[in-house]
Write a protein that binds this ligand. Sequence first.
Ligand code: GLU
Length: 372
Amino acid sequence: MATLETAKRLVVKIGSAILIDSKTGTLRRDWLSSLSQDISALKTNGKDVVIVSSGAIALGRARLSLLGRKLSLAEKQACAAAGQSLLTRAYEHALGEHKIVTAQALLTLNDTEDRRRWLNARSTLQTILTLGAVPIINENDTVATDEIRYGDNDRLAARTAQMLGADTLILLSDIDGLYTADPRTDKKAKHLSEITLLTDEIMAMGGGANSDAAMGSGGMATKLAAAKIAMQAGCRMCIMDGRDESPLRRLQEGERCSWFSAGSNPKKARQQWIGGALQPSGRLTVDAGAASALREGKSLLAAGVKTLSGNFNKGDAVAVCDEIGMEIARGLVSYDAADASKILGLNSRDISSILGYDNGAALIHRDNLVMM
Ligand code: GLU
């Protein structure tokens, strides 16, 4: 059985329906404090925890006296704006009881689709984790239009897991996993505890089972879409009923849920993504010393780069070639072509004095590099 023992980096998605009492539109504080206790225990065991939380719209509804009716997109956005500060404060307070610092990050679809913004969001969130804090992520509903909205935090959570190379994604929902049919209407519906492959048959099970539709916007379909993203990124995913207190402890104790196993490991998935899917927009030629450093798994430093070509931007994929022109690696570059050309051959120490800023010592960080 899958446990959390082996997890190093977890993304926990919290749906509106479990965080907020739908009748009053208020926070379930005792539940949140039990969750915080669980998170504190995970962090004590050395695990990184990232929270993706819904609930801004649901909380804003009560604040703006809009309970119990259908909202227009603009009204939802207004509610999200009114509710987000309450949501953040709730986590800040609950985790603060365990001396855990929280950091709010509001993302849009573009931040996880567009490479440059993706890299920026990634390094900010990485830094937050390195500093020991817990990112509290939600969609930036205020600026999002229908076209650029995720609309559901299930997929946003999966993208976040992919972005951060998480190995475990937990969707806390009001249903204990995936069923062959909707268990509320079909007595013959069977619970699936382990899914290793997303077949058409499994994807079809997402059909009508809309769980927390009253307040959030997710349902089983968006959870399966999230599973697809996560599994491809080498991250296993779990759907569990998180309504009772201490959900993560209960999960560790073997509470019934559905596990979707990871296709490969996060690092491998990321390397496939860099090596396979991206068309290089430039080329760096490196000296023999740099080439052998890369083979040892090191980052590419400007000092070892002899020439560059192509008009690439920061975050673009570039080919790394040896002196005879063979592509030996491919990676996402940390400086655009104009700035990279100013620091070629130079020591990393000199970067900030020459460019006036510093995107890190490496031209391509080893996490963003794959050998060909
Ligand atoms: N971002 C929305 C909120 O915080 C929730 C989206 C969802 O329910 O998945 O209210």
